[in-house]
Design a protein around this ligand. Structure first.
Ligand code: ATP
Ligand code: MG
Length: 357
């Protein structure tokens, strides 16, 4: 029997609650399938670790998870640790060195879910947002001088490289090609940013020539937010830079009903390094420890993990279980307008995994 080694990094806040639920569901799925199992190693990195050691993860942390088949991540962030420390010290400290340059965020309005698009506008959406995950606005390049003085200067430099843009465009076109509608929207801001974003547009056009069966268009990021709300049916696969896609995917998650449902895969498509799967949401300080965090975003991320591991049947089984559970309002957590607890949703998904054929 095949054993997949999973590195679980619950992190902070509700990350710990939803990853625990995700691990339970993975084991249930393996038990139901019978052809594979998981060895899950837990790593207690995050803000508590930082308060003890002054770093978010150990110096050799990446070596400890380098050989795992995949990483299941919760979230990093605590009220009393600055956000740039939690983000750069853990999540980005894994994503960037492991070259997880393709951040993939599918969005659909799941059965039973109330969303502004479905319930107010009578529209559905079915998108995959591809976020460039290794450079751009989050390249980490910049500086700050004369702190506190009137002449203080601070910069964050956005960096795009030809190699970086080519590989994310190729990834996005390939993904669009694999989906039924074969439709890609390239998000840009080349009217105002006249260097890197112009190169971004040019490379999109170059790569498009390799994918003659994919229809594509280009959209300014500001106009894109409007199109997502007003004409969601005209979009399918979307590719955008690190910052643009970060913002657009939170909008997408809200349009699909809740941040608590949305999944992410941070992929190293070449498989030189492990890929990392995580819900889109953060630590959600307001609901920590209440047992009401929505675990669906983590379960859907586990679906993406199973697809990546090459277990499509198990991935489909889990997705169907998730959809049967969201269809039943008794299992809606408070973010979805219900009263269900994390443990109840988790148990319902596990029941559904076993009840399914
Ligand atoms: P980060 O900076 O870590 O991305 P954030 O400031 O974007 O965090 P989140 O913690 O992601 O904020 O979530 C914002 C709000 O959405 C939370 O305060 C919480 O009320 C709600 N929320 C997010 N995720 C969930 C979830 N899984 N279940 C229930 N509510 C959630
Ligand atoms: Mg956020």
């Amino acid at each position: 029997m095949k054993t997949y080694a999973i590195a679980a990094i619950p992190g902070d806040g509700i990350g710990t609650e939803v990853v625990a639920a995700g691990v339970e569901v993975l084991h249930a799925l393996a038990g139901r399938d019978g052809n594979f199992k998981f060895r899950v190693d837990h790593f207690d990195w995050g803000s508590a670790y930082y308060k003890k050691h002054g770093i978010m993860m150990p110096e050799d942390g990446r070596d400890q998870i380098r050989k795992h088949d995949a990483i299941l991540f919760g979230s990093a962030g605590a009220p009393d640790v600055p956000d740039h420390i939690t983000l750069w010290g853990l999540r980005l400290a894994i994503c960037q060195p492991f070259d997880q340059y393709a951040n993939v965020r599918p969005t659909r309005i799941l059965p039973g879910i109330t969303s502004p698009l479905r319930n107010v506008h009578g529209k559905e959406l079915d998108w995959v947002i591809v976020r460039e995950n290794s450079e751009g606005e989050y390249a980490g390049v910049g500086g700050r001088v004369h702190k506190g003085l009137p002449l203080e200067v601070a910069t964050d430099v956005s960096i795009l490289t030809r190699a970086g843009v080519e590989r994310i465009m190729r990834f996005a076109f390939r993904l669009a090609q694999s989906r039924p509608r074969k439709l890609l929207t390239v998000v840009t801001k080349s009217n105002a940013q006249r260097h890197a974003m112009v190169m971004w547009d040019e490379i999109a056009a170059e790569i498009a020539a390799e994918f003659s069966d994919v229809a594509w268009d280009k959209m300014l990021v500001d106009a894109m937010t409007m199109r997502m709300v007003m004409k969601p049916e005209t979009l399918d696969t979307v590719v955008a830079t690190n910052l643009h896609a970060d913002i657009l995917s939170d909008l997408a998650a809200a349009l699909a009903g809740s941040l608590g449902i949305a999944p992410t895969a941070n992929l190293n498509p070449e498989r030189t390094y492990p890929s990392m799967f995580e819900p889109i949401h953060g630590s959600a300080f307001d609901i920590i420890g209440k047992g009401i965090a929505n675990p669906i975003g983590t379960f859907w991320s586990a679906v993406m993990m199973l697809e990546h591991l090459g277990e499509p049947a198990a991935a489909t089984r889990l997705m169907q279980a998730i959809e049967r559970v969201t269809a039943d309002k008794r299992f809606h957590t408070p973010d979805l307008g219900g009263k269900a607890r994390t443990a109840e949703v988790t148990a319902a998904v596990m029941d559904s995994i076993y009840g399914a054929n």
